[in-house]
Design a protein around this ligand. Structure first.
Ligand SMILES: [Zn+2]
Length: 206
């Protein structure tokens, strides 16, 4: 039985495309793997099962948590589920977006605000942060002093809200009420690009 003492974050970047509203863009996506030497949780499933499994190494995957259902975050979720036999977790408000990529499959477990996702003797707490998309979530790892923000908060500000299913006022409200409530030193692991901190983004948001 582990206690969360050996908990760590591993990281990979996979490359592919993001498509919505009839446009397609090249994108690099972060994959975050939280766990100890035995088991882990994968956060987001973009582009490449092999790329994700390199970060997993030989550990048991206990959950595939999707921060939201844009295709660049869920494209290989079903293939990864088949490869590692772990459930896919997603907020149910993402269903319209999910079905654009996976019309023939559903995810396994609904995420909801406050839910604790078990990981290697610790847990990730779900923060429902709508705006980038209706069911966007952030995952707070209190034991590690970090939060995984998907496309809700990047280094330099809020995620994009110019496309379908997005709401610019709502993302700012989500960031202010849920993320800026965290301590300044909290490390922010984003869905694309570099890390930041809550303190740095609080200052930038003014
Ligand atoms: Zn997105």
């Amino acid at each position: 039985m582990t206690t969360g003492a050996g908990l760590r974050v591993d990281h990979a970047v996979t490359s592919g495309t993001f498509s919505l509203d009839g446009q397609t863009f090249d994108v690099d996506n972060n994959v975050w793997v939280v766990g100890d030497d035995e088991s882990c949780v994968v956060i987001d499933a973009p582009h490449s099962v092999d790329g994700i499994l390199e970060a997993v190494a030989d550990r048991r995957v206990t959950a595939i948590v999707c921060t939201h259902a844009h295709d660049d975050h869920v494209r290989v979720a079903v293939a990864l589920r088949d490869a590692v036999t772990a459930p896919i977790l997603l907020h149910p408000a993402e269903r319209p977006l999910w079905e654009l990529t996976h019309p023939d499959f559903l995810w396994d477990v609904d995420l909801s605000d406050g839910l604790a996702v078990a990981v290697a003797g610790s847990s990730l707490t779900v923060l429902h942060t709508p705006g980038h998309s209706p069911g966007s979530v952030c995952l707070l790892a209190s034991d590690l002093g970090c939060v995984f923000t998907g496309d809700t908060l990047f280094q330099g500000g809020p995620g994009a809200t110019g496309r379908s299913f997005s709401d610019g006022d709502l993302i700012v409200e989500s960031i202010r009420s849920r993320l800026l409530a965290l301590p300044d030193e909290t490390v922010v692991h984003t869905g694309h690009g570099d890390d930041t901190t809550i303190g740095a983004e609080r200052a930038a948001l003014g």
